[in-house]
Write a protein that binds this ligand. Structure first.
Ligand code: TXA
Ligand code: MG
Length: 339
């Protein structure tokens, strides 16, 4: 398949993207979190092709993207008060809500579940493409399954060229980690995936929010994942990633005594000149938003540099750092070294 590449998200690109989506094709689109691989959410055949293009396991459901609050209602059975409050606070933006699905949403989108994940992104190009299509768009991240999510159009091109109909370049993604996922379909609101809308921010709006154990721990043998995406090894470069737990001094000491030409450190900017192997700076020590913005890019850098082993700092588990912790621990397969 020849993939059309639009270098500018201009009116022509947006109109063409809408046309491809209406006729059942797949288009990679920019959002404020990561690039998404979009298809008409009401077209079961188009949605099946997303799974094929990504090599995605069939039991991992997709997020449906809308461009107006009024588009939520047809997708779900009802809209609870908590969803209205969260939508008022965080939509459009990097928050996905899970609610019982309406009959209109095909099981291909929800991987057979009775719930559907919905997000109203804030990226103007994403919104323009949803409006041009005139449809809700099912869209997972636009990477090959298992690889780090794409935060620019070149990443999408690397993974998807020849596999999808089109890619629309809208520049670098602002947040760089995928949306926060909260389920409102259970007894209590529960965080399934942390993101730029933090647990603290959710609690400030709707009060009690539980955190699913899969956010910070590996699933136990035989345990059923509340969010199927959480059970797969994820976000991984080819290199083995190790998370180092200890002081910044101990981090540098450990790496400098384990260096070779195939080893890299994902280090804070201010540490780079103290480390004797390859360094991939991830931003300043306390600039968590910027670290999140760079995370997937840094993981892809490991492979570009041909690294075999990568050491990273253990992230904090609060604010947006919880999202970094969640993604990095999965990239590392939960391998932690205490230094
Ligand atoms: O920021 C984002 O959310 C990006 C952009 C493109 O919007 N999308 C994204 O999609 O990250 P994806 O498919 O890579 O991740 C969706 C996550 C998966 O972990 C999936 O298991 C979970 O949401 N999910 C989707 N529907 C669900 C449902 N009905 N119940 C539980 N988890 C669900
Ligand atoms: Mg993904």
């Amino acid at each position: 398949m020849k993939t059309e590449f639009f270098h500018e998200p201009d009116a022509k690109a947006i109109a063409r993207a809408g046309e491809i989506l209406r006729s059942g094709g797949l288009v990679a689109i920019p959002t404020e979190t990561v690039y998404g691989l979009a298809a008409n959410a009401y077209d079961a055949e188009a949605v099946k092709n997303i799974f094929i293009a990504k090599g995605r396991p069939g039991d991992n459901p997709l997020i449906v993207h809308i461009a107006d609050l009024s588009e939520l209602k047809p997708l779900v059975r009802s809209v609870p008060e908590s969803a209205k409050q969260l939508a008022a606070a965080f939509w459009p933006g990097p928050l996905t809500m899970i609610l019982p699905k309406s009959d209109r949403v095909p099981y291909e989108v929800t991987a057979g579940l009775e719930t559907v994940a919905v997000r109203f992104p804030s990226h103007p190009v994403a919104n323009a493409i949803i409006r041009a299509a005139g449809l809700p768009l099912a869209a997972p991240s636009a990477n090959l399954s298992g690889k780090p999510s794409p935060t620019n159009a070149l990443h999408v091109y690397e993974d998807m060229n020849g596999r999808i109909d089109a890619i629309v370049d809208g520049g670098d993604c602002h947040f760089g980690v995928e949306s926060t996922v909260i389920t409102l379909a259970g007894e209590k609101p529960r965080l399934l995936r942390p993101g730029a809308v933090t647990l603290e921010m959710l609690r400030a709006v709707i009060g009690e929010v539980e955190m699913d154990s899969a956010v910070i721990e590996p699933l136990a043998e035989g345990e059923v994942a509340a969010s199927p995406g959480m059970k797969y090894k994820h976000y991984s470069p080819k290199a083995e990633v190790y998370v180092l737990s200890g002081s910044p001094e101990a981090f540098i000491r450990y790496i400098n005594s384990h260096c070779d030409e195939k080893t890299a450190a994902l280090c804070y900017d201010e540490e780079a000149n103290k480390i004797n192997c390859a360094t991939i700076p991830i931003g300043k020590e306390f600039d968590f938003s910027y670290q999140a913005h760079l995370l997937f890019n840094s993981l892809r850098r490991c492979d570009e540099l041909g690294m075999k082993r990568v050491y990273a700092h253990i992230p904090r588990r609060d604010g947006v750092s919880l999202a970094i912790y969640n993604r990095l621990m999965r990239a590392a397969g939960f391998k932690v070294i205490y230094v």
